[in-house]
Unconditional design. Structure first.
Length: 201
């Protein structure tokens, strides 16, 4: 299967056909590397389906993926091939989808070329919201859904709430060392709050 493509090698062989028919799926990933790529093939005559997930793409920082799909020998010549990309997991946020119909007969290798677009400028594995993803700050790799929420005046975990987990932030306090009134503010480490005396004390 490594010679299905004129350039590059086949990274995954999917399907349980005998190999006399091959759909050579070339997928270009623009702007991001998904956590999961799903191949969904359907036989036009019988409506039978084949679904397989390709994972571990981020570990390899894959940008172009070449898959060989071997249709079951019982399938007809007309096959629909759909490729979906997902942000992190195969059951997570879907970023892109591309569909192509092909006709493949015995002894043929038929190409199917697809492009899946997204934007992950900070390369944290989460696509910018304006490209269908869940990243609220695509310019900061430390900000993404599920990130630790720090005390820093911003929404680190993209839940539209900033500094949750610090309920006394901004409330009045009495500094223990100076006995001066002040307010609770974020600590320099951004992981707690400290009482900061007011300037008039």
């Amino acid at each position: 299967m490594t010679r299905v493509f004129e350039v590059g090698t086949t990274e995954a062989v999917l399907g349980d056909g005998s190999g006399c028919r091959v759909v050579a799926v070339s997928t270009a990933l623009l702007g991001f590397t998904p956590g999961c790529l799903r191949l969904h093939a359907r036989d036009a005559a019988s409506d039978k389906e084949f679904i397989a997930d390709v994972t571990d793409l981020r570990a390899r920082q894959a940008r172009d993926l070449r898959l060989a799909f071997l249709p079951p020998d019982s399938w007809s010549s007309d096959i629909g091939v759909t490729v979906r990309s997902f942000e992190q997991r195969c059951d997570g946020v879907q970023i892109g989808v591309f569909h192509q119909g092909v006709t493949v007969r015995p002894g043929q290798v038929v190409p199917a070329s697809m492009t899946l677009d997204g934007r992950d400028a900070d390369n944290d594995g989460f696509v910018a919201r304006n490209f269908g993803g869940s990243d609220c700050r695509d310019d900061l790799a430390t900000v993404f859904p599920g990130a630790p929420e720090l005390c820093n005046g911003q929404d680190d975990n993209c839940d539209s709430v900033q500094d949750e987990g610090y309920p006394n932030l901004g409330s009045a306090c009495l500094d223990a060392s100076t006995q001066c009134a002040g307010t609770y503010q974020c600590s320099p480490e951004q992981d707690s709050t400290v009482c900061v005396p007011s300037g008039s004390c």
